[in-house]
Design a protein around this ligand. Structure first.
Ligand SMILES: NC(=O)c1ccc[n+]([C@@H]2O[C@H](COP(=O)([O-])OP(=O)(O)OC[C@H]3O[C@@H](n4cnc5c(N)ncnc54)[C@H](OP(=O)(O)O)[C@@H]3O)[C@@H](O)[C@H]2O)c1
Length: 295
């Protein structure tokens, strides 16, 4: 199939493209800068420059490429710029979806998150409503996620992947990542708030498998939602960092998510079923990433 990957140079894109190429798909990846085209070409795909916020530019790109499938793995988180990230989710997604519809794309696979659910007891299934009444600063996450999911849903066949928190190479949780530095400096408190993790390899694999999944919205998380009291000491130990300080308060929406639908209805199985073993192993692998964000 002809597949267009938006977000080709990101943590998911770089793991996903070789899988698509290996399966003999004709893959084109997008980056904003000419220098980063070499990353995409090195993975075996065609590379184009484009900016998701440039509506006309994206329309013309997709008109030329005429992909059958668009995989949307756009975020803007390398610099932790959450305002820009919301802009990408709202405006970038709208541009990508409108261009896709105009150029006859059949299927879109989009990247969402598994921590936008309303507060409640236990891990959230996909039936739980999104937390649309959340106050700031969480409100801007919800604005981005709701807009993204609504836009992607306009493509006749679509799969919305609600990913857990990424760990593994190139992520904030890699040995050389942002969170590792925070934990080494004891800046992250252990709370009873629950998180669902996903190894970034599993995230990329789900995007690959979603080429054949029916239209759906699905949590892609590991088997073991975990409270900060559980995972943070394990992570700190793997990093050789001091034990985190405990804190009683946490946000009521920190409840984790369930992967039952992905397992039962789609037959998906994580290669890294629990952060308990995956997170320490990925930290110790030293290969914290794919290089610097500018590489
Ligand atoms: N679920 C999660 O936990 C989650 C999800 C996403 C990211 N993250 C974290 O965020 C950090 C950064 O993620 P990342 O490495 O994937 O980088 P990123 O900065 O979030 O960029 C991701 C992709 O989006 C592209 N992009 C961004 N803005 C664009 C625009 N206006 N037009 C076209 N393309 C655009 C980038 O391309 P170019 O820069 O090449 O133009 C890149 O391919 C990582 O540590 C990761 O773990 C976590």
């Amino acid at each position: 199939m002809r597949i267009f990957v938006a977000g080709a140079t990101g943590v998911v894109g770089r793991l996903l493209i070789p899988k698509l190429v290996h399966a003999n798909h004709e893959v084109t990846g997008m980056t904003r800068t000419a220098e980063r085209k070499a990353i995409i070409e090195g993975l075996g795909a065609h590379a184009v420059t484009g900016d998701a916020l440039d509506r006309e530019g994206i329309r013309s790109l997709l008109e030329d490429i005429k992909p059958e499938v668009v995989i949307h793995q756009l975020t803007s988180l390398a610099d932790r710029d959450f305002v820009q990230n919301t802009r990408i989710r709202v405006n970038g997604t709208r541009n990508l979806v409108d261009a896709s519809l105009q150029s006859g794309v059949d299927r879109m696979i989009g990247q969402s998150v598994a921590w936008a659910y309303e507060a409640g007891a236990g891990p959230a299934s996909e039936e739980v409503p999104l937390d649309i009444v959340a106050p700031a600063p969480r409100r801007s996450l919800l604005e981005g996620i709701v807009a993204l999911e609504q836009a992607v849903s306009k493509v006749p066949q679509h799969v919305i992947l609600r990913y857990g928190l990424f760990y593994g190479p190139g992520t904030w949780y890699a040995g050389d990542g942002f969170m590792a530095a925070q934990v080494r400096q004891q800046r992250v408190a252990a709370t009873a708030g629950v998180t669902s993790f996903i190894h970034v390899e599993d995230a990329a694999n789900a995007a690959f498998l979603a080429l054949d999944w029916p239209t759906c919205t699905v949590n892609i998380v590991d088997d073991e939602p975990a409270s900060g009291m559980d995972w943070l000491p394990v992570y700190a130990h793997a990093l050789g960092a001091p034990l985190p300080v405990a804190q009683t308060e946490h946000e009521p929406w920190e409840r984790g998510a369930s992967n039952e639908k992905a397992r039962r209805e789609l037959g998906w199985q994580p290669m890294y079923p629990t952060w308990r073993t995956g997170l320490p192993t990925s930290v110790r692998s030293i290969d914290g990433g794919f290089g610097t964000p500018d590489s």
